[in-house]
Every structure is written in C-alpha cells, then in structure tokens.
Design a protein around this ligand. Structure first.
Ligand SMILES: [Zn+2]
Length: 422
C-alpha cells in the first residue's frame, strides 16, 4: 500500500499558483475537489528514482466571478512537457480519429496551392502527416524534445517550443500565414491563454480556421471522469468562457461538435470574427451547458461526492478480490490512471502490474503510486484473474485486443463512471 496522502510531504519545487483565475485574473478561486498530492501523470519514474519523485497538490477549482473551472495549483511547464511519454500513434483508435479530423478539415477548408497547416502540440506528427496527405504544407510545434525526431522521421518540420506570441511571430516571418491551425488535446494545457491566442490571431490567415479538440467539461461531469484531472490540464473548458476569451482576441467560434473520442470531447471551429456566419450548433451547445448547470457550484460538489463513492467501491472490490486469493493487474497506464491510482490509494499490493502497449512507459512505475508498467505480453504469461481497465474510455478496443485473455477465463473490472465488472 502507498502511504495515506496526508502523510506525504509536498515537493519543494515551487508551484506557480497565485490563487487568481487564469481566465479573468480575479482572485478567490474556490476549490471544489481536492485530489491530494500526486506525481505528475505523464512523468513515470524509473524504480531508481522512486524516492526522489516530486509530488504536487491536485485541486480542481472554480472561479466565482467568470465561473471558469481550472486547477488551483500549476506546475512549472518544463517539468510537464520536456520529455513526454504519450505518443498519439500508440492508440489505433486515436490514430484513426486524427485521420478523420484531417478529412473533416480538408472538406471544409480545402488546401489551396501551398496552403499551410500548423499542429500545435504535434506530438509524434500523426495529425500533421494526415494533413499533408490532404495537400497542406504541414508543420508542427511541440516542446517535447524526445518526440521531435519521430515527427521529423515522417518528414514533418517541428519547432521545438511552446506556442505563444513570440513563436507565432517567428513562424509568420519564416513561413507566412497559416490556413489551418489545429490543437488537439493541448488547449487545456495553456496557462498563458492571452499570449497563446494573440499568436493564433496573428498567424491565422484571412478565412483560415483554428480547430480545437479538447476534453469537455460537460462530458467530465456526465461521466464522472474526475480521473481526467491532472496537472497538465489546467483548464476544463466549456463553450461559455471560451467564447468570452476568443472575443477578446478578435476570434469567434463558428461551429462545434461533440465527439465520442477519449472520454468525450468538444471540437471547436474558430475563425477571425465575422468571417463566416456561426452555425446553429453553437447556440444549442451553450443552452445544453446552461441546462446542465455547469456555471453552478452544486454540480462540482456532486462530482466530488461521486469521486468519493468510486474510491470506496473500488477499494471494496479490490480488497474483496484479494481476500478471495484472486490475482489482479491493470491494463492501460494513461495519464488518468495516475490520478485514479493516487485518489484510490492503489499500490503494487492491489495491482501486481499494469500492462501498456506504449513501449516508452514499459519498465517504469506509475507516478506517486509506483505500480510497475509492463508489456502486454505479460497478460498471457501471468494470466491474472482480473484486469482493472484504467484506460476505461478505450474499453471496447481493449476487450477486442484481449479476447484471448477473456476466453481463457480472465475478467475485466471497470472503475469509471462506476465500479463494475464488464
Ligand atoms: Zn475567472
């Protein structure tokens, strides 16, 4: 067992928290869910580093003024993004999704001769490669030095940096305006929103589009996906606060779509204000947010109550399996597994190991909770009685991959939105 969270000493690394809202700048953020001290979800320690691993407070907060939901404590970005272990191409579902995103963009904004696209947070170049396939001069920007060679090996030019107004100026001078800017799963990571959007507004060509895909606060609430809260996600977006932010930078949302990928996402189409008439889905989605009460405090109190229920039910289920002498392991070590394991106090005595297809994670430990991560072949050699699906949002894909495990008598347990066998 890992020690109780309240006995762990916080990291000496200084947090960037100022207690003020990242969107409107006003103070008095209200903490709505305190997930305790956790390791950094995507910085998986090696066994030799386990005693030196820094832990940080993880608290979800709401601004009582503009109602934007965000983290109360921010970790310095160089600790989060310098060496990134999440690779887009490791998931076939995600790769197929990025292919469909590129096709949707090309259908709406065809590549003129030499039209440029830029993927912000381009990871291993998966989306940029699809964009090139649709005729765009595709490039990327990403601060992860370890991933840049993967993009370059695909012929995608990568600027190793964060995206902000200075990056945009540099790219504009070198390569000219950009017809399509994409940011999949990176927009919730941006602490300095105003510099970022100044850069987008500067770089985006007339008639161009900025397409964001991000986890959506309405999905988080509906699915009780509290495990998607980790230090990289400093924002939990819904349309309302986003629209105010874009308007301040001469940008506007002209369409939006809810997507089933991950735990549910929102795709947002943004343009220079007035370029196209906004479609009806924007007003409809704003109304759905209002109807769900996303601006109200009580919704987040209910989220905290459900997170406590999941912690209790998962502990009961795992303790029961252990009492029966069952051997339990995990499948999938995405970032959300780090939050779930820390919140539920899971350790190597609960899960022997966690199997993950991403070879960059194999041989490492889960952050803060130190469960070994192994290659999926281990499932076949060990044949545990039960696999806890920590990547519960990919449950369908995983069950297909592991049909042999089930056929040999293996069972699956899913933790979220409620603890249950599947
Ligand atoms: Zn605010």
């Amino acid at each position: 067992m890992t020690p109780p969270l309240d006995t762990i000493t916080p990291s000496p690394v200084e947090l960037l928290s100022s207690g003020s809202c990242l969107l409107c700048g006003r103070v008095d953020l209200e903490v709505v869910l305190d997930l305790g001290l956790t390791g950094l979800a995507n910085n998986l320690p090696m066994a030799a580093d386990r005693d030196r691993e820094p832990l940080f407070p993880l608290r979800l907060a709401r601004c009582p003024h503009c109602t934007h939901v965000q983290l109360a404590d921010r970790v310095p970005p160089e600790l989060l993004y310098g060496h990134y272990l999440y690779v887009s191409s490791a998931s076939s579902t995600l790769t197929a999704h990025l292919g469909s995103l590129a096709a949707a963009i090309a259908a709406r904004v065809p590549a003129h001769m030499g039209a440029a696209s830029l993927d912000i947070g381009c990871n291993d170049g998966t989306l940029a490669t699809f964009m090139r396939g649709h005729g765009f001069r595709a490039r990327g920007v990403d601060p992860a030095e370890n991933l840049a060679p993967r993009s370059r090996a695909k012929g995608i030019d990568v600027e190793v940096d964060y995206f902000h107004r200075d990056t945009a100026r540099r790219l504009l001078e070198r390569h000219g305006p950009v017809r399509v800017i994409t940011a999949t799963n990176s927009f919730p990571h941006i602490p300095d929103l105003h510099s970022y959007l100044e850069g987008v507004a500067l770089l985006l060509a007339t008639g161009g589009v900025f397409v964001i895909e991000a986890h959506y606060l309405l999905d988080l609430i509906e699915q009780c996906a509290f495990d998607t809260i980790y230090h990289e996600h400093c924002h939990f977006w819904r349309l309302g606060p986003m629209m105010e932010l874009f308007a301040a930078h001469g940008l506007e949302i002209f369409d939006c779509e809810r997507l089933p990928i991950h735990h549910g996402q929102l795709r947002v189409w943004v343009q220079h204000s007035g370029a196209r008439r906004p479609g009806p889905r924007v007003a409809a989605q704003l109304e759905a947010e209002r109807a769900a009460g996303l601006h109200e405090r009580s919704v987040y109190d209910e989220l905290a109550r459900r997170a406590c229920s999941i912690r209790r039910d998962l502990r009961t289920a795992l303790d029961g399996l252990r009492a029966e002498g069952k051997r339990v392991a995990g499948y999938g070590a995405p970032a959300k597994a780090s939050t779930l394991a820390a919140w539920c106090g899971l350790g190597p005595s609960d899960l022997m190991w966690i199997a993950d297809r991403n070879e960059l994670k194999q041989g490492r430990l889960t952050p803060g909770t130190h469960i070994p991560i192994v290659a999926p072949e281990r499932i076949h050699s060990d044949q545990p009685d039960t696999l806890l699906l920590l990547a519960w949002n990919f449950a369908d894909e995983i069950q297909l991959q592991l049909a042999g495990y089930r056929a040999r008598g293996g069972r699956f347990l899913i933790p979220v939105p409620e603890v249950r066998p599947i």
